[in-house]
Ligand binder design. Structure first.
Ligand code: GDD
Ligand code: MG
Length: 361
């Protein structure tokens, strides 16, 4: 049995002003009708229903109604685990694993971020089936993406020995968010891939690995889970106990320790499967520009937009008429209460505005 787990708790600050704390990017639709969360769930349609359980979404308490409504619109009967505060992905996955254990099962968890785009669904599903077979036997399976630039916002996986004829390799090393020089070195070396952020592993395998690496996180999550309350499809974990949980990501807490210099004895086998399915992390505006359909001059327009002699520009209007003349490589985003104008090369720094807004109001 495969239990899909969607981690939907991030706030997507680099896509401000469309993505807001109260309405983050995974709940918005950028490509087509579906939100990124719905597209994530839609990606599983057609995987044999007998082997794929209804999804489990882990998200902040604040998003519960939007998430529930988006599932309902898709006709899905998923469970939704609510976090009172964000403690990053390691605790979020732990709650999902505890939910599975409470149901008396030890399913293979298919852990998916809610904010990615995958254009070739069939190739993705093939990878999921392969990963599930390996995870069934106790492995921690990751999907590796062939890198095309020294991106520092991703994890890097070094492939070791081949494990089967289907491209599965042992993870020789996992390095989360290396600095630029290190990432450039990995690119030159050639046997590194990006971590896609999708993990496939049994619930018990995660809980045991966490017990070895971060028993403090496991204990805090168990305490929060044991005092959880549920109504309808929601499970709400105990606020006080969960607030006391240390914050860490799956990558730092466990993945980096599977192999290599930081290896911890007793951890499961790490496996990397190559994923070639048009994967994209919709992290910032330049990434959105890249994946959206463009006119001959490389412009993306959404909403009431008029472009005159512009190139490689993304213009998004939520209502008011947005006109650009003679500009190149810009992102212009209009919303009712904020307008963003940013150079394509600086879209990562939109986060700095959001940080300032939090401080300066
Ligand atoms: N429920 C919940 N709670 N979800 C969370 C939380 C949380 O506290 N924090 C983050 N998430 C969700 C995000 O919404 C996203 O869907 C997913 O978990 C991953 O979190 P990110 O914060 O986006 O991680 P990242 O992009 O910095 O890094 C991860 O993804 C990269 C690929 O996109 C790592 O796994 C990297 O190694 C990987 O390369
Ligand atoms: Mg991300």
């Amino acid at each position: 049995l495969i239990q899909p787990v969607v981690l939907s708790g991030g706030s997507g600050t680099r896509l401000w002003p469309l993505s807001r704390e109260k309405y983050p990017k995974q709940l918005l639709s950028f490509v087509g009708q579906d939100s990124l969360l719905q597209a994530t769930l839609r990606r599983l349609e057609g995987i044999d229903g007998a082997t794929c359980a209804p999804p489990l979404v882990v998200c902040n308490d604040e998003y519960r109604f939007v998430v529930a409504e988006q599932l309902r619109l898709m006709g899905l009967q998923g469970r939704i685990v609510l976090e009172p505060v964000g403690r990053n992905t390691a605790p979020a996955l732990t709650l999902a694993a505890l939910a599975a254990r409470a149901a008396g099962d030890d399913p293979v968890l298919l852990v998916m971020p809610a904010d990615h785009v995958v254009s070739q669904v069939a190739a993705f599903q093939e990878c999921v089936r392969h990963a599930a077979r390996l995870a069934q036997n106790g492995a921690v399976v990751t999907f590796g993406i062939t890198p095309d630039r020294p991106e520092t916002g991703y994890g890097y996986i070094q492939a070791g020995a081949a494990l089967d004829a289907g491209g599965a390799c042992a993870i020789a090393r996992f390095v989360e968010k290396p600095d630029r020089a290190t990432a450039e070195g990995y690119l030159k070396q050639g046997n590194y891939s990006w971590n896609s952020g999708v993990f496939v592993l049994r619930a018990s395998v995660w809980l045991n690995a966490l017990r070895l690496c971060r028993p403090d996180i496991l204990e805090a999550c168990e305490a929060a889970w044991n005092k959880s309350t549920s109504d309808l499809s929601f499970v709400r974990v105990d606020a006080e106990a969960f607030a006391a949980c240390p914050s860490d990501s799956i990558d730092y807490a466990v993945m980096e320790r599977l192999a290599g210099a930081q290896a911890v004895e007793g951890l499961p086998q790490g496996v990397v499967l190559p994923l070639s399915a048009g994967w994209s992390d919709v992290g910032a505006w330049d990434a959105l520009w890249q994946i959206l359909p463009k006119d001959e001059a490389g412009n993306v327009s959404q909403g009431r937009v008029m472009l005159q002699d512009c190139d490689d520009t993304l213009a998004y209007s939520s209502g008011r008429l947005l006109a650009c003349v003679g500009v190149q490589g810009l992102v212009v985003v209009e919303t009712p209460d904020a307008v963003l104008v940013v150079d394509q090369r600086h879209t990562q720094d939109v986060k700095k505005i959001v940080d300032r807004l939090k401080r300066e109001g």
